[in-house]
Design a protein around this ligand. Structure first.
Ligand SMILES: Cc1cc2nc3c(=O)[nH]c(=O)nc-3n(C[C@H](O)[C@H](O)[C@H](O)COP(=O)(O)OP(=O)(O)OC[C@H]3O[C@@H](n4cnc5c(N)ncnc54)[C@H](O)[C@@H]3O)c2cc1C
Ligand code: FES
Length: 368
């Protein structure tokens, strides 16, 4: 097998042609006409049609999507934002496609149900072929490097297996000559997402080693229990030299970070699907927030500005809700805010802030 040079997602083309079409089409632009024919025909906005739905485990759903031509592809491991309308309100969530990097016009996401979760349960219950979803361009720093490492270790649990599957499928499709190891954690074999696909890849690719631990079914995998440094020598004897990618619940990522903290940090890449523990927000009742467009004013409850806008019925855009996608970025016209991740305080006027990780410390005016 020979290593294959890799390509970054293609650059956007056709912008001048689109501007011309928009001019000819008049004030509403060409997309408002095209979407009457088919919602995915729009050229200025990414959308994807669901082409297949598979319930691979009892608590997850895998959707094969066909993005329209506005979508520019992905690097294996990156995420996209998927938007769906539920009861007349549009909601966006991040999902890491499991598709290989060179996936052409087919994209696959696997969504695990969250108890009480809005979008995950909606997609698991209602996604059907023909449904059209909003889609963002791929984003994120958690991806396979363009220059493929010789040795790669993947550690994943739950739905965190999705970006790792994208990486693995990419390496296998390229005939990557180096060694790749994957440790998958799942409660039991029935709830191990992509179990059969991963078994198949391990059987077909001699330089890929798959090791599993079923945390609620001791003895069913090669390892037992939650992540422990003692798992590493068996799963990947060369783990210290491997470029390592880990994705899963916070407890797994904390344990992995702790293990790599002894000088190996530079080889570790982690992705979390859940917001980090945000710092305490502003004191409830400290000041008020005025939303400039509507003139609506609310007493500061102490929550993030995004949550307070949503509670007040102000239409705020959001995606990851943890400070990584920038969908919620908005202009603060005046007032002081605290960044709930870094604790940084800023009083600068006319400043762009991320509403999901900002809390008021004084009277605020938000350009929303
Ligand atoms: C970069 C990135 C990539 C992601 N990729 C995937 C993916 O490939 N597959 C996938 O299934 N999910 C993925 N997620 C998680 C996904 O974006 C949603 O958070 C998840 O589907 C829950 O959304 P919901 O609308 O059902 O729940 P919400 O209605 O938003 O939340 C309901 C409850 O669940 C809690 N909650 C929200 N998200 C999580 C979570 N991830 N884990 C535990 N509790 C949670 C909330 O705190 C809340 O109490 C990813 C998240 C990020 C940031
Ligand atoms: S919603 Fe993603 S950064 Fe705020």
């Amino acid at each position: 097998m020979s290593p294959t040079p890799t390509t970054a997602p293609p650059r956007r083309r056709g912008a001048p042609a689109r501007r011309l079409l928009d001019t000819i089409a008049g004030p509403h632009g060409i997309d408002r006409y095209l979407e009457q024919i088919n919602p995915t025909f729009v050229i200025g906005e990414c959308r994807a049609e669901v082409v297949a739905v598979e319930h691979g485990t009892e608590d997850s759903v895998t959707l094969a999507l066909r993005p329209n031509r506005a979508w520019r592809g992905l690097r294996a491991g990156q995420f996209v934002q998927v938007s769906v309308e539920i009861d007349g309100v549009r909601h966006s969530r991040c999902y890491s496609p499991a598709s290989p990097q060179d996936c052409g016009r087919e994209l696959e996401i696997t969504v695990k149900r969250h108890p009480g979760g809005l979008v995950s349960n909606f997609l698991a219950d209602h996604a059907r072929p023909g449904m059209v979803l909003g889609l963002s361009q791929a984003d994120g720093d958690f991806h396979l490097p363009d220059s493929r490492p010789d040795s790669i270790l993947l550690i994943g649990a739950g739905s965190g297996i999705t970006p790792l599957t994208a990486i693995l499928r990419t390496l296998c499709a390229e005939g990557h000559a180096g060694q790749t190891a994957l440790i998958q954690y799942a409660p039991d074999p029935d709830r191990a997402i992509y179990r059969q696909e991963l078994d198949h890849l391990a059987a077909e690719n001699p330089n890929f080693k798959l090791t599993r631990s079923y945390t609620q079914a001791p003895g069913a995998g090669e390892l037992d229990g939650h992540f422990s440094p003692t798992h590493l020598p068996q799963a990947d004897p060369c783990f210290a030299a491997a470029e390592t990618f880990a994705c899963g619940p916070p407890a797994l990522l904390d344990a992995v970070r702790g293990t790599w903290a002894n000088g190996l940090e530079h080889r570790l890449h982690v992705e979390s699907f859940v917001p980090p523990g945000l710092l305490p927000a502003g004191e409830p009742g400290t000041g008020s927030i005025r939303f400039a467009d509507s003139g609506l004013e609310v007493r500061n409850s102490g929550a993030s500005i995004l949550e307070q806008a949503e509670k007040a019925g102000v239409p705020a855009q959001s995606g990851c809700r943890m400070g990584i996608c920038h969908t919620c970025t908005c202009r603060k016209l005046s007032g002081t805010v605290k960044n709930l991740l870094t604790e940084e305080v800023s009083a600068a006027p006319d400043e762009e802030i991320q509403l999901c990780i900002s809390a008021p410390l004084s009277d605020l005016v938000i350009d929303l």
